[in-house]
Design a protein around this ligand. Structure first.
Ligand code: FAD
Ligand code: N01
Length: 573
């Protein structure tokens, strides 16, 4: 491996076309990966980033109302990056808004001197593994070509924009925006008629803000969601002080729980308590705001009857807040159980439908047929508007990986290998693609967790693995096919024991026509998953084949029964 350093300052990286590692993406994942590989291990690394700055999600998603829904104090890097930064950085709100999170990531890039190895405004267009040299060849849209031993994707689970191909879209004479490609200078909707397509987490944040400005907003809803009260607000000095004093404990808990939040795990099934008590428990969690309502009972994701009690509780909250009973019923989901689609956090979303300038349009009953030069035509009506906002989400988890044009041994495209759905070992690597690591890849907890916790775990695991390889003079690693089969079977078994397959969510790929239907993230829990990964590492990375410098054939052992096909109850708990 080369250990040449590339140290030219500024945007515009140093010389050299051969690296130890190429990292693609400069959001949370890419920044921390660069820090670990370059600052801790001393590797030569180049990061490619399509945007002109760091931030990833928080660079691209500048729509009005954009903010995190993991609480700011643990939607950040932990003490793994820097205890000093944790103590010095002070978040202003319970759920920080996009500009503040972007400022934080820019600060991280500057503080750890990361920019000098990030090549901005550069998109990776193909990545090919060459068996003869055991190197990845990476092409970029500026005509560049580099090689590296390791290719590490930090491309994000939610960064490939989904813009449905509505007939006539290009004929529209007004303004069109996708929420994840929002103009940096902002948009003034004052006096305008606006159609918003979509009612996912993005729309739920944007609609109340747009409605404050616009002359009229038509909300085109295909599927209602169980939106949870966010209860955002400024943070008191006392809260900040106490949090900082117990930060290490908080981070440790996030690593051990199922979803990467530092909340107590529920221990009781919903139907084990009398109805009145259950209601009180839901009300307390609802009053606390955030995702706590999902962590009230331990069987909400596995028992339909238990889930229905929570579903009905949320529907009742909607009915209580929306004055028009017909609109309230339209907003109250009945076609899928609570939490089988990602529930948005809302701050005033439901009250928006009590405004005179907001109309809810049911495009499930009357689908969108075309975009016309002057608006949107559904089967039953035409809505004349000045602007259309597409809050239509992402081709999640695999979209960005496929768009990168990754081809492994023998020129096999990742898209081809995963034609029926992803096949990975631990969601971090896939057979046939040596030395490729995917941060928060499919079949890892990723989007079913507070993501910085999962990102840090993956980055640390990958960095430790590369360190191990260097120490043992190994330069090729690849999952064994039988270990991959075992992981996929385990992933599917855990999935099937939950209610998640019941909803047409992006978690199962249902939002993209033709996308194979699988649960893309792993639902076995952050804490359990971390243990499995740690055991694999402790046993010399069993399940992976590795080769010595200069050797092409890999050797390795299939893991014993580290992840048997357990019931979800045992795994998820
Ligand atoms: P990203 O931030 O998506 O960064 C990936 C980067 O890779 C992008 O900058 C992209 O330009 C770049 N890239 C991709 N392909 C290429 C290529 N071929 N060449 C060059 N560059 C490329 N998660 C939570 O846990 N809590 C939250 O509260 C939360 N809120 C969210 C709010 C919104 C609006 C969205 C969309 C997502 C949210 N998420 C949240 C998920 C969020 O994506 C992650 O928390 C986290 O920001 C992901 O970081 P990342 O670095 O892995 O990926
Ligand atoms: O995307 P989505 P998102 N015709 O896919 C509708 C994270 N996030 O950007 O449900 C009509 O959830 C689609 O309808 P349906 C979070 O993980 C977090 O909102 O498929 N409608 C849906 O209503 C989130 O889950 C925050 O029937 C069409 C909407 O568009 C993820 O990002 C904030 C359509 C898309 O919703 C994605 O959220 C924002 C069509 N052809 C995002 N195609 C936080 O709060 C799609 N839709 C932290």
């Amino acid at each position: 491996m080369s250990s040449e350093q590339h140290t030219t300052p500024g945007n515009g990286v140093g010389p050299g076309t051969d690296f130890d590692a190429i990292v693609v993406g400069a959001g949370f994942s890419g920044l921390y990966m660069l820090h670990r590989l370059r600052n801790t291990l001393g590797l030569s690394v180049r990061v490619f980033e399509a945007a002109d700055d760091v931030g990833g999600t928080w660079y691209w998603n500048r729509y009005p109302g954009a903010r995190c829904d993991s609480e700011s104090y643990f939607y950040s890097f932990s003490d793994r990056l820097s205890e000093d930064l944790l103590q010095e950085w002070t978040w202003s709100e319970r759920f920080a808004a996009q500009p503040e999170i972007l400022r934080y990531l820019q600060h991280v890039a500057d503080r750890f001197d990361l920019r000098r190895d990030i090549q901005f405004d550069t998109r990776v267009t193909s990545a090919d593994y060459d068996e003869a040299t055991n190197r990845w060849g990476i092409s970029t849209d500026d005509g560049g070509w580099v090689t590296a031993t390791f290719l590490i994707t930090a491309v994000g689970c939610l960064s490939a924009v989904n813009l449905p191909n509505f007939e006539g879209r290009d004929s529209f004479r007004g303004e069109q925006y996708h929420t994840a490609r929002w103009p940096h200078e902002g948009v003034d909707f004052t006096g305008k008629r606006v159609a918003v397509i979509g009612t996912g987490a993005t729309a739920v944040q944007a609609i109340p803000e747009i409605a404050e400005q616009a002359a009229h907003v038509y909300v085109l809803q295909r599927t209602p969601n169980y939106d949870i009260a966010g209860r955002n607000g400024p943070l008191s000095e006392e809260y900040v002080r106490e949090t900082k004093a117990t930060y290490n404990e908080i981070w440790q808990r996030t690593r051990e729980t199922s979803f990467g939040f530092p909340y107590d795990a529920p221990e009781r099934p919903a139907l084990s308590v009398p109805e009145e008590e259950r209601q009180r428990i839901y009300e307390t969690a609802w009053a606390q705001g955030g995702f706590r309502i999902g962590l009230t009972f331990n069987d909400l994701l596995t028992d339909p009857a238990a889930n229905e009690t929570a579903s009905e509780f949320v529907r009742d909250q909607i009915r209580a807040r929306v004055r028009d009973t017909e609109v309230a019923e339209l907003l109250a989901p009945k076609d899928h159980p609570f939490f089988t689609k990602r529930p948005p956090l809302e701050n005033g979303y439901y009250e928006t439908f009590n405004r005179d300038n907001v109309t809810l349009v049911d495009v499930r009953r009357s689908p969108i047929e075309e975009i016309t030069p002057t608006g949107v035509r559904t089967r039953d009506a035409e809505y004349e508007v000045d602007a259309i906002v597409f809050a239509t989400g992402f081709d999640a988890m695999t979209g960005m990986l496929f768009n990168m044009g990754i081809a492994g041994r023998g020129g096999v495209a990742l898209r081809e290998k995963w034609a029926e759905g992803p096949r990975t070992y631990l969601g971090v690597a896939t057979h046939g693609f040596p030395n490729l690591f995917m941060i928060t890849g499919p079949q890892s907890p990723s989007v079913l967790s507070n993501m910085p916790v999962s990102i840090e775990q993956h980055v640390d695991w990958i960095a430790d693995c590369i360190k191990y390889m260097r120490e043992h003079k190994l330069d090729k690693i690849e999952p064994l096919p039988e270990a991959e089969d075992d992981w996929v079977d385990h992933h599917n078994a855990v999935t099937q024991a939950t209610l998640l397959p019941m909803a047409n969510s992006w978690w199962v790929g249902a939002n993209i026509p033709g996308k194979p239907r699988n649960l893309y993230p792993y639902v076995g829990g952050v804490g359990n998953y971390r243990k499995i990964c740690a055991e694999v590492a402790a046993h010399g990375y069993d399940g992976f084949g590795m080769a010595k410098y200069g050797k092409t054939s890999v050797t390795g052992t299939r893991p014993a029964s580290r992840f048997p096909v357990k019931t979800a109850r045992a795994v998820i708990g």
